[in-house]
Design a protein around this ligand. Structure first.
Ligand SMILES: [Zn+2]
Length: 413
């Protein structure tokens, strides 16, 4: 009898594992305003455990300094760069007022729901703006996107979270956000979630570089541990793969460590922790940006992004193969010279040029194919005499990624 049970099991186990397809799930966490030197100095056992599975890298926010994509190192501005994979010159969220986001640059949630309307998305946060303004829930401009799981807006609840001068209520709100997110992951496993934690920034504004800040990072690490435990529970009990990226939205000034918003190295320098197993050399050896998280999630879920939309995304996937990065374009004497860094020498890349930017109003641009050259070439120069303009969008279409640049010329007199 015993032999027979074993026999059945041996045949049943492979059948079970074949019949249940592994579901892919992803969580990204923004812990607000933690400089890279602080996260590297403080003990963070939970984040180190996750990084040991995937990796840790320094990263940047702020777009390209002193260029058309320079982006304030301000919270909501950074969150939207993460969500849309673009810098402020495109997404148009210049500060925390979030006055006029350009929803033509879709968020990762919108791409995700477009392709997988039946899959579930979740959001967990102190405030509601992340959901209502940045992702733009229920707005016609965002295709009336709707979250399936929501726990946010606790800053408005002064009964449960009475505001105190030491901002402990913000810590208590973060604790609640984590409770809700961990429970939601355990019970419902949303396919794509965003968890936002505020206390580290609040304490940074209040105390700057300080033991209080170190304490806030210690709280954060314990909160990450609770999310990780929920993920491990799911992985153990369900056929699910879970990806996670933890990052911050800006650093802080070097002098006091209280402020941010400017373009100093410490304000621009951020970090990322991830469990993803196939992080690439661009992640480890280049200078990845907050805009790279959106295309990384898109690749994780194999989202099919239409070409004109791919041509606008400023980030690159941090996993798997990429062909080129560090794309620069310079205009001089009626010609444009391009250079780029090659990560994979295989194949050719196409160089596309547009003198319009209808995309930002919801239209399509007419791209001219300038030429096709080997990806390994790293450089190309061409004349603009046949395409005179004060604005150029140039896109490289390489075998494994797109990358783009703008040139804005001051009007000639
Ligand atoms: Zn912030």
């Amino acid at each position: 009898m015993k032999v027979r049970v074993c026999f059945v099991l041996v045949f049943l186990i492979p059948l079970l594992s074949f019949s249940q397809e592994t579901k892919k799930k992803f969580v990204f966490i923004i812990a607000d305003g933690i400089p890279a030197d602080v996260i590297e100095k403080d003990p963070t056992p939970a984040m180190k455990k996750i990084a040991a599975i995937g990796g840790y890298a320094r990263a940047h926010v702020g777009g390209e300094r002193a260029s058309y994509s320079q982006t304030p190192t301000i919270s909501a501005v950074g969150y939207n760069s993460l969500l849309t994979g673009t810098w402020v010159n495109k997404h148009n969220v210049w500060d925390n007022d979030i006055k006029d986001p350009n929803y033509h640059y879709w968020t990762i949630f919108r791409f995700f729901k477009q392709q997988y309307p039946e899959k579930k998305i979740g959001i967990f946060s102190t405030w509601t703006d992340n959901r209502t303004k940045l992702v733009g829930e229920a707005l016609p401009q965002t295709g009336n996107i709707k979250f399936d799981y929501v726990a946010d807006g606790y800053e408005l609840d002064t009964v449960q979270f009475p505001h105190d001068k030491q901002s402990l209520y913000i810590h208590n709100i973060d604790e609640r956000v984590i409770d809700e997110a961990a429970k939601c992951i355990r019970d419902h496993a949303p396919d794509l979630s965003w968890i936002y934690l505020e206390y580290t920034d609040d304490i940074g504004h209040r105390y700057g570089t300080s033991k209080e800040q170190d304490e806030a990072v210690a709280y954060l690490d314990k909160q990450i541990e609770r999310i990780w435990t929920a993920i491990e529970f799911r992985k153990k009990n369900y056929p699910e793969d879970w990806g996670i990226i933890i990052t911050t939205d800006h650093g802080r000034d070097a002098k006091s460590g209280r402020g941010h918003g400017g373009q100093s190295d410490r304000e621009r320098t951020t970090w990322m922790v991830s469990n993803l197993p196939n992080l690439n050399s661009y992640f480890y050896d280049d200078n990845p940006g907050i805009v790279d998280i959106m295309p990384t999630i898109a690749r994780y879920f194999q989202l099919k992004i239409p070409t004109q939309r791919q041509m606008e995304i400023d980030g690159l996937a941090l996993t798997g193969k990429i062909s080129v990065s560090d794309f620069h374009a310079n205009y001089f004497n009626d010609s444009i010279s391009l250079d780029w860094k090659t990560w994979d020498k295989q194949g050719n890349l196409k160089i596309w040029l547009s003198t319009s930017n209808y995309f930002k109003e919801g239209g399509m641009d007419n791209y001219i194919l300038i030429t096709e050259v080997p990806t390994s070439r790293g450089h190309y120069q061409f004349s603009t005499k046949n395409n005179p303009s004060t604005f150029y969008k140039i896109v490289l279409e390489a075998p494994d990624n797109f990358t783009n640049r703008w040139i804005i010329l001051s009007i000639k007199k």
